[in-house]
Design a protein around this ligand. Structure first.
Ligand code: FES
Length: 81
């Protein structure tokens, strides 16, 4: 199913991104551009992302390069929670 019409991002693209180590929605947006134009798909994209994350623990610890890239975002999420 296409989630984002503006950038042709599917639910499979989002699941694939999570499986490859994307564990922050903002990084998903950077990587795929999902929900970065009109924004109509934001809620659906977030729902698909959250479901994918529920089945995939954060891979940052296993990918040191990504851990550095995401460190600030993890800190922001931790303080927001
Ligand atoms: S449908 Fe996703 S940004 Fe427009």
């Amino acid at each position: 199913m296409i989630v984002c019409l503006c950038h042709r991002v599917s639910d499979r693209d989002i699941v694939r991104a999570v499986a490859s180590g994307v564990c922050c929605f903002e990084v998903l947006q950077d990587d795929t551009r999902v929900a970065s134009s009109c924004g109509c798909c934001h809620d659906c994209a977030r729902e698909v992302f959250d479901e994918a994350m529920a089945g995939a623990p954060c891979a940052c610890a296993a990918q040191p390069a990504r851990a550095g890239q995401h460190a600030a975002q993890h800190a922001a999420l931790a303080t927001a929670a």
